[in-house]
Write a protein that binds this ligand. Structure first.
Ligand SMILES: Cc1ncc(COP(=O)(O)O)c(C=O)c1O
Length: 396
């Protein structure tokens, strides 16, 4: 159950700012900062390796927290430093272990995030493969039937951003997984859950993807510099990450090594255990609130915000799809100036630019957006203040 007063009391930043940039990096609950800082203090007191050894059980529990969040076995969870690192580790394993040939196809959602498209363009350049955008359907989300019609044995990778950074749409990652299965597609299925983790329920089994990547700092409200990937058994069976370090593999004899069982092979030896423990605390906090409850509250706030913004002359709400996330995007004259003007009034939002999702921006003729992303701890009064401030910042 969500109690707004408790949520806000748990979130010290609520006293200083109106934070509507949770799709950037959310305000953490106090327990997250306390957990991370306590570990740094322990490192100061007894040494980094010793503090890690002391926290071994709590570090192990972070894998269980991620596993509970995404409904996957803990052996399939790897902890890394960002969503991009997570996504990259999956692709690196696929690219290293599979023979990608000229004419092979990599299908991506139309609203795919730049850091997912760029490495696929690199891979295409090197192998003679090609990147193709899956068209959106009438509702503006990835068209599952159109994807089905594109599938053949040359499709080696399907990469879908669940909740894009620059639009409130939510792609049907379960329907896409079903479509791949029904067609018997050999493609590796990579889902970017960076913006959905913490605000949308995730079920790895139902999605049926090979790689699910996410970050700690956005809707999960963890520290910066944290992320995780969750992989399929198929990926573990058929793909080997490259390069492996002495944590992902053991050096057995001078010319032999053995890959570690489970997803640990996708990790590096060195980590910020303070940040990682902070992410664990953030996930536990979200699970205690209830992901369904967080989803419902964020959705109510975002819908109310869209309704109010759409009444402002000169503002156009750009979010697509029947089902939407907590990301609210508007086009208006000079979005950068609006974001700066709001910031000057203590209201945090962000400016989305085409370099984050070039295909999506070009397809809709958009050159810049104001992104307003509430979390469950935001209030209606804060949204009213933001809407009033946006109205005043517009040219008359
Ligand atoms: C949809 C999406 N994917 C991936 C990322 C990259 O996340 P990170 O900065 O944690 O690597 C972002 C960041 O904004 C994002 O919005």
């Amino acid at each position: 159950m969500i109690d707004l007063a408790v949520l806000r009391a748990d979130t010290p930043g609520c006293a200083s700012v109106t934070h509507l940039n949770n799709a950037g990096s959310a305000l953490p609950p106090r327990v997250v900062t306390d957990t991370a800082v306590a570990h740094v203090r322990r490192e100061e007191e007894i040494g980094g390796y010793e503090a890690h050894a002391e926290a071994a059980d709590r570090v192990a529990a972070v894998y269980d927290s991620v596993a509970r969040l995404v409904h996957a076995p803990r052996e399939r969870v790897a902890l890394v430093e960002s969503a991009t690192a997570a996504w990259d580790r999956g692709l690196q394993a696929i690219a290293f272990s599979q023979d990608i040939e000229p004419g092979d196809r990599f299908l991506v959602s139309a609203a795919e995030y730049a850091s997912n498209v760029i490495p696929l363009l690199q891979l295409a350049q090197r192998t003679g493969g090609r990147v193709e955008f899956i068209p959106d359907g009438a509702d503006g989300t990835t068209d599952v039937e159109a994807l089905g019609a594109m599938l053949d044995e040359r499709v080696r990778i399907v990469a879908i951003t669940h909740a894009p950074s620059q639009n409130g749409l939510l792609n049907d990652v379960v329907g896409i997984g079903d479509m791949l299965r029904i067609n018997g597609s050999p493609a590796w299925y990579i889902v970017d859950a960076c913006q959905s983790a913490g605000q949308i329920p995730l079920d790895m089994g139902r999605i049926g993807c090979d790689v699910l990547s996410a970050t700690g700092r956005k809707f999960l409200r963890g520290p910066r510099g944290t992320g995780f990937l969750v992989v399929s058994q198929r990926l573990l069976d058929e793909a080997e990450p490259f390069p492996l370090d002495l944590h992902g593999a053991t050096w057995e004899s001078e010319l032999e090594f053995a890959v570690q069982p489970g997803a640990r092979r996708f990790e590096s030896w060195e980590k910020s255990y303070a940040a990682l423990l902070g992410m664990g605390a953030a996930i536990d906090y979200a699970l205690e609130c209830g992901i369904d409850e967080l989803r419902a509250r964020i959705d109510t706030l975002a819908q109310g915000l869209r309704a109010r913004l759409s009444e402002i002359p000169g503002v156009r709400v750009r979010d697509r799809g029947e089902i939407k996330t907590g990301i609210v995007t508007i086009s208006a004259p000079d979005p950068a100036a609006i974001v700066a003007g709001l910031r000057a009034k203590g209201i945090n939002t962000s400016h989305s630019t085409p370099d984050y999702a070039r295909h999506d921006f070009a397809q809709h003729g958009i050159t810049g957006l104001v992104r307003i992303s509430p979390h469950a701890y935001n209030t209606d009064e804060e949204l009213d203040r933001a809407v009033a401030a946006i109205s005043r910042l517009l040219p008359i």
